[in-house]
Design a protein around this ligand. Structure first.
Ligand code: ZN
Length: 177
């Protein structure tokens, strides 16, 4: 697959800028999701995974359950993938759906694995999160609705999208190439 091929340093992302230019900004997308005006078809193209709370508890460790199903956050600089540079595909720890690829991962220094974009725009859903008294954009798996982390924009990182997808390691599983 072409996207898996290593690109020379500094090469333009094959789909980043074009992708970013044809989708609404994060704030707009989160607002439309929150108000229910985002086209629902774009959120259900992947198989929906729906389990009961007990089934999730049986499937996940207590820490995984807390982060994925209760929107918890792992302590910074403790996650197994924070500084990982291994090439591969990051899937959802809860349902196995593909979410991110290692070629979009970068070192942000924030203490959590950071990506500049998801593999596909519809692999994740965005939700407006006002839980800490400020507005953040929560990222969830589109397939199983599990919490992954948050996405921030306009921080000035030298990445093609100017976005930092700040994702808990415990929400991810790395399939090495
Ligand atoms: Zn999932």
């Amino acid at each position: 697959m072409a996207r898996r091929e290593a690109r020379p340093a500094g090469a333009a992302c094959p789909f980043g800028r074009r992708h970013a230019g044809t989708t609404p900004g994060l704030g707009e997308r989160a607002r439309r999701l929150a108000t229910g005006t985002w086209p629902p078809g774009s959120l259900t193209t992947m198989g929906k995974v729906e389990l009961s709370e007990q089934e999730w508890r049986d499937r996940l460790s207590p820490e995984e359950y807390h982060v994925l199903r209760e929107a918890g956050t792992e302590a910074p600089f403790t996650g197994e993938y924070t500084d990982t540079e291994t090439k591969g595909v990051y899937t959802c720890r809860a349902c196995g759906a593909e979410l991110f690829r290692s070629n979009a991962k970068f070192h942000s220094g924030c203490g959590w694995p950071s990506f500049y974009q998801p593999t596909e725009g519809d692999a994740v859903i965005l939700i407006e999160d006002r839980s800490l008294g400020r507005v953040r954009t929560e990222v969830r798996c589109a397939s199983c609705n599990s919490h992954l982390g948050h996405v921030f924009e306009g921080e000035g990182y030298d990445v093609p999208t100017d976005q930092r997808w700040c994702i808990n390691s415990v929400s991810l599983a790395l399939d090495e190439e």
